[in-house]
Design a protein around this ligand. Structure first.
Ligand SMILES: C=C1C[C@]23C[C@@]1(O)CC[C@H]2[C@@]12CC[C@H](O)[C@@](C)(C(=O)O1)[C@H]2[C@@H]3C(=O)O
Ligand SMILES: O=C(O)CCC(=O)C(=O)O
Ligand SMILES: [Fe+2]
Length: 330
């Protein structure tokens, strides 16, 4: 038995594992977008967790299911067919390798830009492409609605002070579909968990995650613990990204998160990352600052941040490089 376990461990030498952490977190803030109290809940959640769940969002389930079906059709293609849409540079099909700096995970994915026209990928059918575009426009609207609610509650008007960054035709947003295949060998993996997508924060302003009902997503709490997010295929999970942490001068928290692979079930997730135009300065909003308050960050544009981010490993503290008091100061 011990021998079998050792052999299996060797098979996973090229992937990453972590200690088991299966604390199921039942206190994820749940925001009903039709509830007049939504504003307060959203702002509290962004400060405490940088993360919340949205219900009554108005996006039809059939619409989401159609895109998920198309994505599964793609991931079910023979490996060599899928590889024709890769490697990602950074857009396209990727398998196990994440980003340009040696990160790995038990995941395959498709990464799309939302503003560089049609990405010609051999494995992407016309119908898949048109579902992606319809979905993206629904996600942009949802992200903007949330950002407008935030602006209103923080009284940092005008109402579109944040959402205009995503509505801009040059908004540098992107979209990712992740597929985490089940990993039956995991049961023998000597009490370790297999990393699907390693821990990180998202660099953009806001991200919207939607997944099927397979668990795996975890968030890192202020008290230093990892907790599992109960999956809910009919809701959206919203992440505060690094840029929103800066725009609010640290009032909101960019959430560290990761995904663990499952031994039994396949997880599929679709994530919209709402980013500003490349030339936009990412600095604390003037209207949020109290008298005498100083920016916690050196001035940078989204282009500067992205350029720096793509030199980092997934789990690096990317924002640390731009913090004023940081020892990493440039
Ligand atoms: C390791 C990397 C992958 C990533 C680019 C990076 O160098 C650091 C940030 C990573 C991340 C995390 C959130 C999103 O999934 C992503 C698309 C992004 O914008 O930043 C990925 C990048 C990627 O996979 O290309
Ligand atoms: O797949 C998921 O649920 C989240 C993945 C993620 O955090 C990412 O792609 O940035
Ligand atoms: Fe992420």
């Amino acid at each position: 038995m011990v021998v079998v376990s050792q052999q299996v461990d060797e098979n996973f030498a090229h992937t990453k594992t972590c200690k088991p952490a299966s604390n199921i977190f039942t206190e994820i803030p749940e925001v009903d977008l039709l509830d007049p109290d939504a504003k307060t809940l959203i702002v509290e959640a962004c400060k405490e967790f940088g993360f919340f769940k949205v219900i009554n969002h108005g996006v039809q389930m059939e619409f989401i299911a159609r895109l998920e079906d198309e994505a599964m059709k793609f991931f079910n293609l023979p490996q060599q067919e899928k590889e024709k849409s890769g490697p990602p540079n950074p857009f396209g099909y990727g398998d196990k390798k994440i980003g340009p700096n040696g990160d790995v995970g038990w995941v395959e994915y498709l990464l799309f830009s939302t503003n560089s026209g049609k990405l010609i990928l051999p494995g992407i059918s016309e119908s898949f492409w048109s579902f992606v575009n319809e979905y993206l426009s629904a996600m942009r609207n949802l992200a903007c609605e949330v950002l407008e609610i935030i602006a209103e509650e923080l009284k940092i008007g005008p109402r579109d002070i944040l959402s205009r960054l995503l509505r801009d035709e040059k908004s540098d947003s992107c979209f990712r579909i992740n597929h985490y295949p089940p990993c039956p060998e995991l049961q023998h993996l000597s009490c370790r968990n297999l990393i699907g997508f390693g821990d990180h924060t998202d660099p953009q302003i806001i991200s919207i995650i939607r997944s099927n009902n397979t668990s795996g997503l975890q968030i890192y709490l202020k008290d230093g613990t990892w907790v599992s997010v109960p999956p809910d295929h009919s809701s959206f999970f919203i992440n505060v990204g690094d840029s929103l942490q800066v725009l609010t001068n640290g009032r909101f928290r960019s959430v560290r998160h990761r995904v663990l692979a499952s031994s039994l079930n396949s997880r599929i997730s679709m994530i919209f990352f709402g980013g500003p135009p490349l030339t936009e300065k990412v600095t604390p909003l003037f209207s949020i600052m109290e008298q005498g308050e100083e920016s916690l960050y050196n001035e940078f544009t989204w282009f500067d941040y992205k350029k720096s981010a793509y030199k980092t490993k997934l789990s690096d503290n990317r924002l640390g490089l731009f913090e004023k008091s940081s020892t990493h100061d440039k």
